[in-house]
Write a protein that binds this ligand. Structure first.
Ligand code: FAD
Length: 332
């Protein structure tokens, strides 16, 4: 079969308990751009049970059409059922590109689907572009421990599949005027296809706010010297209406929870303000925060790599600069 038969950009619309995951909306933003470059359609694929009302939401965020598969056997995510349905639609509709969020679900589903439809998968992409000449999807991701950025193509197979971490792409403005088509598709599932029984779903305790959603992040590195000094960062974050995050060094030292780690093996963040305190600016850290709007760095070493990226750099000791900043903020 010729790869030219494959057309269209798809985004797997991940939903959990009736809520579309933010990463899927971000991927619709990127998918819109790719589809426009290729002059093709952007399709969202929505699987679940009683999820129809979410389909229009996907159109408001950029999809031209939504393939909707509703079945009570898709009520909760089970690897085998979701893989089976996704593979079936892909084989029938032959998309050119499929994007999924690199979430726990996406990381489970994407490799299985790609194996089932005999194509490749590039995981954890940070950039996606169309090659002007060949029209292949250029999928860029960190490789060799983050020391290089590798651009990967999938020249001989279709669809071209990629997962992207939450927070990397930018969602479009929601626009209720947008029109699109909702195409209902049968799941083709039978009870015998379900080989797993979900006995109980234990919901994780909801955090007040996640670092990927914060508009201001005060991030501490090893230069903060000890766990107790993070209380000062908490005070600063409070004054600025933000959250505290950190480098892997501080997570490994046990000064901070892994949920708050920024970087290649942590979270990708894009706040309005990223204040890096005693963070050196290693590539694996920078990968997770370089898209922040305003980066302010405090470091006692004027040659620290973080200063190459920072919009504002303060050469100084965090133990002196941060208390003065807090005092200053309190006085305004
Ligand atoms: P350091 O590199 O030790 O830097 C501390 C900085 O504090 C220095 O620049 C120093 O000048 C400054 N400093 C010291 N004292 C003071 C003071 N009193 N006042 C002001 N400044 C001071 N790292 C991540 O962050 N996130 C990741 O997701 C991640 N993933 C990784 C994945 C792989 C495969 C590998 C190999 C590494 C990964 N790392 C990650 C680790 C990364 O390479 C760095 O080791 C780490 O980011 C360093 O953390 P740091 O900047 O806090 O510490």
């Amino acid at each position: 079969m010729s790869i030219l038969e494959h057309k269209g950009v798809w985004v797997f619309a991940e939903q959990r308990a009736g809520e579309i995951q933010k990463v899927s909306l971000e991927l619709l933003g990127k998918g819109r751009e790719l589809a426009d470059t290729l002059g093709t359609k952007l399709t969202a694929v929505l699987l679940g049970n009683n999820v129809k009302e979410m389909a229009s939401e996907l159109i408001y965020y950029g999809a031209d059409e939504v393939i909707l598969v509703e079945d009570e056997l898709l009520d909760v995510y089970i690897t085998e059922t979701y893989t089976k349905v996704m593979s079936k639609i892909i084989k029938e509709k032959k998309p050119d590109i499929i994007l999924m969020g690199a979430t726990a679900l996406g990381r489970d589903l994407a490799p299985r689907v790609s194996a089932r439809v005999h194509t490749g998968l590039t995981a954890d992409c940070t950039t996606l572009e169309i090659d002007e000449e060949s029209k292949h999807l250029l999928m860029t991701r960190p490789a060799f421990g983050g020391n290089i950025m590798a651009t990967i193509i999938c020249p001989d197979h279709r669809p071209q599949m990629s997962t992207v971490r939450p927070g990397v792409m930018i969602k479009q403005e929601r626009n209720e005027e947008r029109q699109g088509e909702i195409i209902e598709f049968p799941s083709g599932l039978a009870k015998e296809d379900v080989n797993v029984e979900v006995i109980e779903i234990v919901k994780e305790e909801k955090q007040k706010m996640k670092i990927e959603e914060a508009e201001v992040l005060v991030s501490g590195g090893r230069g903060m010297r000890k766990k107790e000094n993070f209380q000062t960062l908490e005070l600063l974050a409070k004054e600025l209406g933000g959250l505290v995050s950190g480098s892997r060094a501080v997570v490994d030292a046990g000064w901070m929870d892994r949920e708050h780690q920024v970087g290649q093996t942590g979270k990708t963040v894009r706040p309005n303000l990223y204040l890096a305190c005693g963070v050196s600016g290693a590539i694996q850290h920078v990968t997770g925060m370089e898209e922040s709007d305003l980066i302010v760095a405090i470091n006692k070493n004027p040659s620290a790599p973080i200063f190459e990226l920072a919009d504002v750099g303060i050469v100084g000791d965090v133990e002196k600069v941060i208390p003065s900043l807090i005092d200053e903020l309190k006085s305004v």
